[in-house]
Design a protein around this ligand. Structure first.
Ligand code: C5P
Length: 223
C-alpha cells in the first residue's frame, strides 16, 4: 500500500443509506450499513488524501481527520455532494441512495384509516453520482453497482449511462454484502479494463480499491 499516493488530492465519498420522510415520524430507507464507504474514507486518508464523507444515517464513527457532512435525504445528499465535488479530484458513490421519495412529506403524522388501503405516491430522486460526472471540470468519478443478476452487463450499462470513469460491481444475490464485514467486487473502467478483487474484509478491500484508483489517477489524468 503506497502511502501518500493520494497526497494533495481531495476525495469525496458518499456513504450509507438515505432516509426519505413520509411524515414527521416515518421514513423509507434501506439496509446499507455505510461500512464500505467508511472503509474507503479511512483508506483514502491513509493514502494521504483530504477526505469529505457525505454520509446518510449510520451507526459508525467517522475516521478522525475526515470532514463529515451528515445528511438524511437523497436531496440533502445530492446538494452536499455536488458542493463538495467542485473541489474534488476523486468522487466515489458508495451510498445506497433511495431511488424514490414520497412526493410530499406530510407536515403532521398521518392517521390510520382502519380497513382502507394506504397509498403513497413516490417520485424519482436525482442520480447523485451521474450529476457529479456531468459537472464541468476534471475529476475521477467512481460508482458502485450492486446486482443480483447479470452483474457485468448491468454494471457496464451503468458505467456508460452515468458517464463514470469506473464502476465497482458486486453480487448481492446471496445477501452476503449488506451489513456484512466482507465483500468481493470487480471493477470495470471506461477504457475497457477489468480488475477483480477476491472476497476479503471491507477494510482490506477498500485499501485495494483506493490503491487502484490512485494508480488510475496517476496513469492518466481524467478526461
Ligand atoms: O443505479 P444504481 O442505484 O444501481 O447505481 C448505483 C450507483 O449510483 C452507486 O454508486 C450509488 O451511490 C449511485 N447513485 C447515486 N444517486 C442515486 C442512485 C444511485 O449517486 N439516486
Amino acid at each position: 500500500f503506497q502511502l501518500g499516493s493520494l497526497a494533495g488530492r481531495h476525495v469525496v465519498i458518499t456513504a450509507g443509506p438515505t432516509r426519505e420522510a413520509i411524515d414527521p415520524v416515518r421514513y423509507l430507507t434501506n439496509r446499507s450499513s455505510g461500512k464500505m464507504g467508511y472503509a474507503l474514507a479511512e483508506a483514502a486518508l491513509d493514502a494521504g488524501a483530504q477526505v469529505t464523507l457525505v454520509s446518510g444515517p449510520v451507526n459508525l464513527s467517522p475516521p478522525p481527520k475526515v470532514r463529515l457532512v451528515a445528511v438524511e435525504s437523497a436531496l440533502e445528499m445530492h446538494a452536499a455532494t455536488l458542493a463538495a465535488a467542485e473541489s474534488a479530484d476523486v468522487v466515489i458513490g458508495a451510498a445506497a441512495v433511495a431511488d424514490y421519495r414520497p412526493q410530499v412529506a406530510a407536515q403532521d403524522k398521518l392517521k390510520k384509516h382502519a380497513g382502507e388501503p394506504m397509498q403513497l405516491t413516490l417520485v424519482e430522486n436525482p442520480d447523485i453520482i451521474a450529476d457529479v460526472a456531468a459537472l464541468p471540470g476534471l475529476r475521477f468519478v467512481v460508482g458502485f453497482a450492486a446486482e443480483t443478476q447479470h452483474l457485468e452487463e448491468y454494471a457496464q450499462a451503468k458505467l456508460k449511462l452515468k458517464r463514470l470513469h469506473a464502476i465497482i460491481a458486486n453480487n448481492v444475490a446471496d445477501g452476503g454484502v449488506f451489513e456484512q464485514d466482507e465483500n468481493e467486487v470487480t471493477v470495470f473502467s471506461r477504457d475497457g479494463g477489468t480488475v477483480s478483487f477476491a472476497r476479503r474484509g471491507k477494510k482490506q478491500l477498500a485499501r485495494g480499491l483506493i490503491q487502484w484508483i490512485a494508480a488510475a489517477l496517476a496513469e492518466k489524468p481524467c478526461d
